[in-house]
Design a protein around this ligand. Structure first.
Ligand code: KG4
Ligand code: ZN
Length: 351
């Protein structure tokens, strides 16, 4: 019999955050996160080698911090969960090596889990059990996905994804164009609040009649990014001032419009009464407001984890690990490999 409320330690190291957390059942006891984002800022994007080294340095201190916060000893833990993909290969290796070491030394089961599904599973810590079926919109620096979640442990279906840039990536690229610091999402979010979202009519990718037949739930942000670049370049070439707040607001409106339009459609067409939004871009003010408004009109309830649980962290890994333990899922083998392009429908790695 799996424990009713297992004590699970979760490790996340797929990108630039080293996260370790301890969860008991659906309760978050300790959550330690170290970020190397400052070290990447001057390059305008994450440098894999720098991220891997930062994970190595932060891993043991984060494990200690999570245990201290939670008031538990390592030997009390029932299971170890770790992001085994998708993500940066070298970065993933650090977390998986740490998790295997703990699982072997403590003689506890190991669960290699999918980072993207963990962005969904984390919401049990804030809002309790996940309703089914549910649609999840994942929007981060590396991913933009629409998922139909029938069972978080066994049945996650991919409805659509970006065919080029991720939503967060588009935010970061447009921010760079406007000479804003990396990561650009929060800066655009802040500036957009002072701008006019209708000032410039930027394109809504994959929303035309024909595109909706072939790419109903898919996204494309590369054309939008290019449109913003052209608009800004033309103004600069003419020696005109750039109305940065209006550009930010109009760009953000185009992103939020397409994301929410397709997410609501996915809910309606798949009989889902709940939409969960996760990933770093879920912190975006306009995306949240428009999602609330459009979902309310369609009778759909929106769930968004608190902002610190939307960005990468160990709690999401521990939370999904705990749900797998409670569902009696088979643990991963100690030979667990990392998989930088882990398929989105694979919730965890089983033998
Ligand atoms: O999930 P996350 O922390 O890391 C990845 O797995 O990528 O997401 C980071 C992304 C970055 O692209 C960042 O610019 C974006 O989330 N982001 C935002 C906001 N806060 C973070 N984008 C728009 N509005 C925000 N408030
Ligand atoms: Zn993530």
């Amino acid at each position: 019999m799996p424990p009713h409320a297992p004590l699970v330690l979760g490790i996340e190291s797929s990108c630039d955050e080293t996260g370790v957390a301890i969860v008991r059942g659906q309760e978050l006891l300790g959550n330690a996160v170290a970020s190397s984002v400052e070290e990447h800022a001057r390059f305008g994007g994450v440098i894999p080698e720098i991220a891997s080294r930062a994970h190595l340095e932060a891993m043991v201190p984060m494990i200690d911090q999570a245990c201290t916060e939670a008031g538990v000893r390592l030997r009390d833990v029932d299971a170890i969960a770790v992001t085994s993909g998708p993500g940066l290969a070298g970065a993933l290796l650090v977390g998986v090596a740490a998790a295997k070491t703990l699982a072997f030394a403590l003689d506890k089961p190991l669960y290699g889990i999918n980072h993207l599904i963990a962005h969904v599973g984390v919401d049990v810590l804030d809002h309790g059990r996940l309703p089914t079926p549910m649609v999840a919109l994942l929007v981060s620096g590396g991913h933009t996905n629409l998922l139909l979640v029938k069972d978080i442990c066994t049945d996650v279906v991919s409805l659509g994804q970006t065919i080029d840039d991720a939503a967060g990536e588009a935010y970061d690229k447009v921010a760079r164009l406007l000479d804003l610091p990396y990561p650009g999402g929060p800066h655009i979010d802040r500036l957009a609040a002072q701008g006019d979202p209708r000032a410039i009519a930027f394109p809504r990718g994959l929303t035309s009649g024909r595109d909706m037949q072939r790419h109903r739930y898919d996204f494309s942000f590369s054309g939008l990014k290019t449109a913003v670049a052209r608009w800004v370049e033309t103004r600069r070439a003419a020696g005109a001032e750039i109305p940065v707040a209006d550009v930010a607001a109009s760009f953000q409106e185009a992103v939020a419009d397409v994301l929410t339009r397709k997410a609501v459609l996915a809910c309606v067409e798949n009989g889902a009464t709940h939409l969960l939004i996760g990933g770093g871009v879920a912190a975006n003010g306009r995306l949240r407001a428009l999602a609330e408004q459009r979902c309310a009109e369609a009778g759909i309830t929106v769930r968004v984890p608190r902002p610190t649980l939307c960005t990468d962290n160990g709690a999401m890994v521990a939370a999904l690990g705990s749900q797998l333990v409670m569902a009696g899922a088979t643990p991963s083998p100690l030979e667990l490999p990392t998989d930088s392009s882990m398929p989105i429908e694979l919730v965890h790695v089983a033998p």
